[in-house]
Design a protein around this ligand. Structure first.
Ligand SMILES: [Fe+2]
Length: 435
């Protein structure tokens, strides 16, 4: 149950593969929403988060706008008003409903959004079956992008509903807790890498987002990575040592943000020293010292590393280490498919000789790298080019996927990104040091 092998999907050129994968991912999204009432699905608890209902509609809008509109001449738009309501950020496609006001949409209802999803799903399945060879050649890569887009929104549905439930005094549970192997905290080991002239970035085969390429050379001085992500127990020591009260550990912007927001612990931690409680998708409970700390901002991750006398790894250090230790095997870890929707302790903790553990899954790991273009990166032409490239400022890269990331969505080269103050993603950290 703990280690879910991550199988990279077969390529979608084959129509049978495309149909099965499309069916499975659309159904998976709907099964995530099935735990929720219509009232749950309509709420927006902060400007960054979106209602479940909006995610369900927006992922359908993506297929409608980028595949059915341009490639299916017989397609009948479900409701022309939805283009305004469910466009997220595509300037080239037209104006849109303001993001902070997505929670004000009592209409369309959850039922109407369900009918929209069915309408789009049926039309895409028909297109997969009937498109001519030339059209299919153009549709297949967009379908693959649309499915990875929908999987990103599956993770967002869980992130966002966790925040919605966390601000409800009743602290509702999204699901019952699942049993996992408990582990005692062992000292973190260190794994050394020689560095030198290395390569990072996606080189195929298989799907990757445009921001993962081109593959290119980087120079790395010798370095070490911690065997495990930082645990709740270790993070508790940082808090107890005045981590949130001592400016010397913090970047200037981070200190200002922490003061202004009143941060005293990670998001979803409640209580005080010695008695910390944690809100999860399975309700509130005591913190588990051996589990990776989660829901920290880049600023907190960086301050913790400074307190520990270490630093965050760069994304190149992370990727080279992950590639070397994977040995080409499919990456494995506690991802969404294991069903916990929360990071777990590493039950195999074997001390300093364990090698790198939990690189994939559990928590997205903040890196020291700004989210910028790789050398020779060019966004594709047109609206699809807005997918990743236009966000390349004022954000930091995270690596490795989390306990809410679908298994066949994550790759070693995958670059996630959030503003340095963001805490509602399942984000943690792993320490690095110079060798
Ligand atoms: Fe989206």
């Amino acid at each position: 149950m703990f280690d879910t092998a991550v199988q990279q999907p077969a390529h979608l050129d084959d129509r049978d593969v495309a149909r099965d994968r499309f069916d499975a991912i659309r159904q998976q999204t709907e099964s995530l929403a099935a735990n929720l009432t219509p009232e749950d699905q309509a709420i927006q608890s902060m400007p960054d988060a979106s209602p479940t209902k909006w995610h369900l509609a927006h992922t359908s809008w993506f297929f409608e706008t980028f595949i059915l509109g341009p490639f299916d001449s017989g397609y009948r738009v479900f409701d022309p008003a939805f283009a305004y309501l469910f466009n997220s950020y595509y300037e080239a496609v037209g104006p849109r409903h303001p993001r902070p006001q997505r929670g004000l949409l009592s209409r369309p209802t959850v039922d109407a959004v369900g009918a929209y999803r069915d309408h789009v799903t049926t039309a895409i399945l028909r297109l997969i079956e009937r498109a001519g060879a030339t059209t299919w050649g153009e549709v297949a890569p967009r379908l693959e992008l649309g499915l990875h887009h929908e999987q990103q929104h599956q993770e967002l549905i869980l992130m966002d509903i966790k925040h919605v439930f966390s601000v409800n005094p009743l602290l509702p549970s999204y699901q019952a807790p699942r049993p996992y192997a408990l582990a005692t905290s062992a000292p973190t080991g260190w794994v050394e890498f020689a560095g030198g002239l290395c390569e990072i970035g996606h080189a195929g085969p298989g799907f990757a987002f445009d921001n993962e390429g081109p593959r290119h050379k980087v120079w790395l001085d010798p370095y070490r990575l911690a065997s495990h992500p930082v645990s709740c127990g270790e993070y508790r020591e940082f808090i107890a040592d005045g981590g949130y009260r001592r400016a010397e550990f913090w970047l200037s912007d981070g200190w200002a943000t922490a003061q202004q927001q009143g941060w005293q612990a990670p998001l979803y931690w409640q209580g005080e020293e010695g008695e910390w409680r944690l809100f999860t998708l399975s309700g509130e409970r005591r913190i588990e010292p051996a589990e990776p700390v989660c829901h920290v901002s880049f600023y907190e991750a960086d301050a913790f590393a400074r307190w520990a006398g270490k630093r965050l790894p760069t994304e190149a250090e992370w990727e080279v280490a992950a590639e070397l230790t994977s040995g080409g095997a499919p990456p494995a870890g506690n991802v969404a498919d294991s069903g916990h929707f929360h990071p777990c302790p590493d039950a195999s903790r074997a001390g300093a000789d364990a090698g790198l553990r939990q690189m994939i899954g559990d928590v997205w790991e903040w890196t020291a790298s700004p989210y910028i273009a790789y050398p020779r990166f060019r966004p594709v032409a047109g609206a699809i080019g807005e997918y990743n490239g236009k966000f390349m400022s004022n954000q930091m890269v995270l690596r490795g996927g989390a306990a809410v990331t679908p298994a066949d969505h994550i790759r070693i080269t995958y670059r996630n990104f959030f503003p340095p103050s963001a805490r509602w993603a399942f984000s943690g950290l792993r320490l690095a040091e110079d060798a």
